[in-house]
Design a protein. Structure first.
Length: 331
């Protein structure tokens, strides 16, 4: 792998394994929620969103892998990353992070009936807000380092309140650095990755949507677990398990209580990360690097054998000449 490619992978494969897109944020909820819902139509022609490397920066692309239709949805200067589709039934938009205004912010792109879109800047806080995630009832969770512990910034999970307008702190104050929130399908809980010993060994926790006592569901002092994502029926959480640095990740699945941990593709030695379930829950989508020249999106349909391990079909979803990351399905 070239020095440039290696540098790009370390830049975006996190420190360690957590996507560090710097985003500023404070809430402009009148803009976020508006006086009424956006046009209730999915982004025309697109079933998948990714962040794609275009030149030296990232943009959000809409794709239909079945037809090959694709378009750059955020073609402006600065990095646009981590798209998060809003699954609320009366919404048609996605959030992402961008540096287009000089520093990173969370934005929302509303999709219209005939392909027209409107861009809304969501955050304006001088500290960093990252990792947007929508619930099915139109609540936006994110990680922010606006709080301080002993004078040092610590990422904390926040979400919009049910009444709108203000924020609810979800993860507790303290030494834990919390990122990558992921809503349960019923909206009752949020899974996230947190480093609670400042050693870079992130583990996965689950906490009620209104905060409370987090439950740690992975616990490996030598490995890192990150990027949790719930299956549509809420029965499983897929995550990336980093075994020896950001170039050695594998996708694993487990129950919401941490039980039944198993590798999605037993024996795989490929570098796999950024997991996301397909809308029907039949496949886990993820980014994979197989030693070629770029990152592509793949999907795996697991079927459990008698030994409890997954035997399934791997298919390639994207085949661009440029890196694709952070896939999320339009649903």
């Amino acid at each position: 792998m070239s020095d440039v490619a290696t540098a790009l992978r370390w830049r975006w494969l996190v420190v360690p394994g957590i996507l560090l897109v710097a985003v500023a944020g404070g809430w402009l909820f009148r803009q976020l929620f508006g006086s009424g819902p956006p046009a209730p139509a999915a982004c025309p022609n697109y079933t998948l969103l990714t962040q794609r490397l275009t030149g030296s920066s990232w943009d959000i692309f809409g794709l239909d892998p079945q037809t090959g239709v694709e378009a750059n949805l955020t073609a402006m200067a600065g990095d646009d990353t981590t798209p998060a589709w809003n699954p609320a039934p009366d919404r048609a938009n996605f959030a992402f992070v961008s540096r287009r205004d000089g520093n990173a912010e969370i934005y929302r792109l509303d999709c219209g009936e005939l392909g027209a879109t409107s861009l809304v800047r969501v955050t304006t806080h001088p500290d960093e807000d990252i990792d947007p995630a929508w619930s099915g009832d139109n609540r936006l969770a994110f990680a922010s380092n606006r709080l301080r512990v002993d004078g040092q910034p610590r990422y904390t999970i926040f979400r919009s309140r049910d009444s709108g307008g203000e924020l609810t702190q979800v993860s507790p104050n303290g030494a834990c650095d919390a990122r990558q929130p992921a809503w349960s399908p019923d909206g009752s809980s949020i899974a996230y990755a947190a480093d609670c010993n400042s050693a870079g060994r992130y583990q996965i926790y689950v906490i009620p949507r209104n905060g409370g006592t987090p439950v740690q569901i992975t616990d490996d002092p030598l490995l890192l677990a990150a990027q949790p994502t719930w299956s549509p029926d809420g029965s499983l959480i897929a995550f990336a398990r980093y075994e020896s640095g950001p170039e050695h990740a594998r996708i694993w699945v487990m129950g919401p209580d941490g039980s039944g941990k198993r590798q999605l593709r037993p024996g795989s030695t490929d570098n796999e990360f950024d997991p996301r379930w397909t809308p029907d829950g039949s496949e886990v989508t993820f980014v994979m690097y197989t030693g070629g020249t770029n990152l592509d999106v793949y999907a795996f349909e697991p079927t459990l054998g008698a030994d409890g391990n997954a035997n399934g079909t791997l298919r390639q979803v994207t085949s661009s000449s440029r890196d694709d990351r952070a896939p999320d399905w339009v649903r």
